[in-house]
Design a protein around this ligand. Structure first.
Ligand code: NAP
Length: 283
């Protein structure tokens, strides 16, 4: 496994396992299989409803805690955000059966972001979250958060895949010491990603699958990736991306697939903001 070093010195695997949309009843088995395959970074969220199952798989795996890198996420909180954030964190920690997190992310840039962030800073200072970061922050909000707070987010987890590559934003984040992490690295298969002609051609040249080309392309750019799969053979395939390298020419050709737009939804769309900001997750 290769690691990246976050802005506070914490080391994070460059490739991990995401559990979004894995039903709670299937999550323990999936995470157990992922840990057996060799994954050490696990990415869940309060809003996925499967933290308890992730916790059971961790507990039964026998993998030493200090070999694991566990991320979960804070959903949008009611006011007063500082108080609610502390409670949501404790609930997540209890569900996971852990005494600290490696990374705690603010899941959406909505609500009392500053109150939530101050509470996250306090959790970080208390040693309960080794690193704190954000998700789905677009550049204007990220820079404002950085300028007006003490702790700069260690990570921004954003939609990043061959059709929405975020290269310019990655440069901006790098300037500020924020590590980019990809969600939806396969675009959840949209745009027929797994049969995309250029990615297939490049895969054939290396004797690799499209999934492996995409994960190699992400990690070679320094983007932390967290592919999701419920199938052990795909888990193994997705982890096996460090034995080949894409050429500069291949990287440049893949850059040509960028559409510069989300395949999922627009975080600036008032209807979407209203829905996300108003949604509450049991904490
Ligand atoms: P994804 O990883 O882009 O795609 C998952 C899909 O790809 C599943 O349908 C999976 O099917 C399939 N797949 C996986 N490996 C494959 C392979 N080798 N060949 C063919 N198909 C393959 O989607 P995602 O789960 O949305 O994103 C990854 C993680 O990012 C999530 O699990 C979550 O942890 C995180 N995330 C975060 C946010 C956020 O707002 N912060 C949003 C979305 C996701 P099978 O399972 O059947 O193999």
């Amino acid at each position: 496994m290769q690691y990246v070093t976050l802005n506070n010195g914490v080391e994070m695997p460059v490739l991990g396992f995401g559990v979004y949309q894995i039903p709670p009843e299937d999550t323990e088995r999936a995470v157990s299989d992922a840990l057996a395959a060799g994954y050490r970074l696990l990415d869940t969220a309060a809003s996925y409803g499967n933290e308890e199952a992730v916790g059971r798989a961790i507990k039964n795996s026998g993998v030493p805690r200090d070999e694991l890198f566990v991320t979960t996420k804070l959903w949008v909180q009611d006011a007063p955000a500082e108080e609610h954030t502390k409670r949501a964190f404790e609930t997540s920690l209890t569900r996971l059966g852990l005494d600290h997190l490696d990374l705690y992310l603010m899941h959406q840039p909505y609500g009392d972001v500053y109150g939530q962030w101050r509470a996250m800073e306090a959790l970080h200072r208390a040693g309960l979250a080794r690193a704190i970061g954000v998700a789905n922050f677009y550049p204007d909000r990220l820079i404002d958060l950085i300028l007006n707070n003490e702790v700069t987010p260690a990570v921004n987890q954003i939609e990043t895949h061959p059709f929405f590559q975020r290269a310019g934003y990655q440069d901006l984040m790098r300037e500020h010491g924020v590590r980019i992490q990809s969600w939806g690295g396969f675009a959840e298969g949209r745009n027929d990603l797994f049969r995309q002609p250029l990615l297939s051609e490049i895969g054939a040249a290396h004797g690799r699958s499209v999934a492996q080309v995409v994960l190699r392309w992400l990690t070679q750019r320094g983007v932390v990736a967290i592919p999701k799969s419920v199938r052990p053979e795909r888990m193994a395939e997705n982890l096996d991306v460090f034995g080949f390298e894409l050429t500069d020419h291949q990287m440049a050709r893949i850059a040509g697939l960028d559409t510069g737009a989300s395949l999922f939804f627009d975080h600036h769309d008032p209807e979407m903001v209203t829905w996300l900001a108003g949604r509450r997750v049991d904490a």
